[in-house]
Ligand binder design. Sequence first.
Ligand code: AMP
Length: 197
Amino acid sequence: MHIILMGPPAAGKGTQSKFLQEKYGLAHFSTGDELRAEIENGTDIGKKVEAIMKDGGLVSDDIIMDIIKDRLNNPDFSKGIIFDGVVRTIPQAEGLEKILNERGEHIAIAFNLIVNEDMLLQRVEARVAQTLAAGQTPRKDDDPEVLKRRINEYTNFSKIVAPYYAEKGVLVEIDGQQSIKDVTGFIESHMQRLTPR
Ligand code: AMP
């Protein structure tokens, strides 16, 4: 079973993804993580995307589709995947659908976590403070100016991508300003419809 998790930075995707992994044995797949690893490893892709990511812009569909194709055969993905931040444009949504269809698979639910901008900025400030307190370096794109750009970028693409999944009948919108427990409960209630006991 494959799930899409959409939402702006700091909407709670990481936390809810952990829940979905533990409860349903799904694997987590984030193009953001994959791209950061490419940068860390100094690959050609890493060199191409570094400046774009630092600015909070969108990496090209070609690079994203290559990464998706390359990683999808990972045996750890056999129980299903949480696609976290993976689909940000219509060509990516169509490309992913085509790849999954060729494998006889599909997206079961596209969860969209909705949180207002003020709360997102507060959460990122808290995340940066926690990271610094732990003696670690915050993510480069957790800077307030970059964050605003990333939120804008998210708002733009979600206006396009969310209706795509609504049309497919798999979009579930979630009030991400609720407590973590309530968001998890809401997600669980939708997952139960797919995995009845
Ligand atoms: P994330 O960790 O998902 O917030 O992604 C961090 C950054 O990686 C984004 O701001 C984009 O620059 C880039 N990125 C990740 N996934 C994609 C995607 N599917 N399409 C385009 N750019 C992406």
